[in-house]
Write a protein of this length. Structure first.
Length: 91
């Protein structure tokens, strides 16, 4: 699922957009460390999009449920934190 309409979220088991039965959304964060210089990472838009796409695919959620939250320079590595907002993924 590429994008779900506002108010709906991708159900991981079916990957279809559905309204949540829950009255609240769960927000969680996933942190990745990449062996790439921070400057290279900032310039590589394709890599940034790939991280968002891969995260959504692995979790079985829509692209609209995943967004880059923060990226940091930690020496020889780049740390990327993804924010996932969905009522369907519990852990």
């Amino acid at each position: 699922t590429l994008r779900c309409p506002t108010g709906t979220f991708a159900q991981p088991s079916t990957r279809r957009c559905e309204r949540s039965q829950a009255s609240f959304l769960r927000t969680f964060y996933v942190r990745f460390q990449f062996r790439v210089q921070f400057e290279e990472f900032e310039e590589d838009v394709r890599l940034q999009e790939s991280i968002v796409n891969s995260s959504a695919f692995v979790l079985g959620v829509s692209l609209s449920d995943v967004q880059a939250f923060r990226s940091d320079d930690i020496g020889d590595f780049t740390q990327v934190v993804m924010e996932i907002i969905t009522p369907f993924v519990t852990r």
